[in-house]
Design a protein around this ligand. Structure first.
Ligand SMILES: [Zn+2]
Length: 134
């Protein structure tokens, strides 16, 4: 279960739309399944079907979250042309079983779909998202 404030949920979708047709990626911080912070990241691969985070940027975000007593809850990325489910590569490269993977699909460009999963040793489990208006 993942709780995402509406503002952040919208900001993730806006990020995905603004990066289209390339994949975008980012990190969400918070605690106990409740998202409180949003860090858009650079996709250093600048690709339309995969992403790579800049390790320096990633380190700075981890530091900032630690300073705010938050943990990394979510790694998100967009799928400009494919559905909101982890690709084979996403599954292979997922090395953080405790972190949710959120995927924003822009397959139907003007009806974005966001879904979250945990990926643990090749096993993909959907995680329900609650978008909070407050
Ligand atoms: Zn993917």
């Amino acid at each position: 279960m993942l709780e995402i404030p509406e503002k952040i949920h919208q900001a993730i979708i806006d990020h995905a739309q603004s990066g289209f047709p390339l994949e975008v990626c980012g990190i969400l911080g918070g605690s106990a399944g409740v998202v409180r912070s949003h860090y858009p990241m650079t996709n250093t691969d600048a690709s339309n079907d995969h992403f790579m985070m800049d390790p320096k940027e990633q380190f700075a975000v981890i530091k900032a979250m630690r300073a705010d007593a938050e943990e990394m809850l979510v790694i998100y990325h967009s799928h400009p042309e494919s559905p909101a489910r982890p690709s084979e590569e996403d599954i292979r490269l997922a090395l953080t079983p405790g972190v949710c993977h959120l995927i924003v699909s822009l397959q139907n460009r003007y009806t974005p779909v966001a879904k979250a999963f945990t990926i643990n040793g090749g096993v993909v489990t959907p995680v329900p998202i609650t978008v909070n208006g407050a």
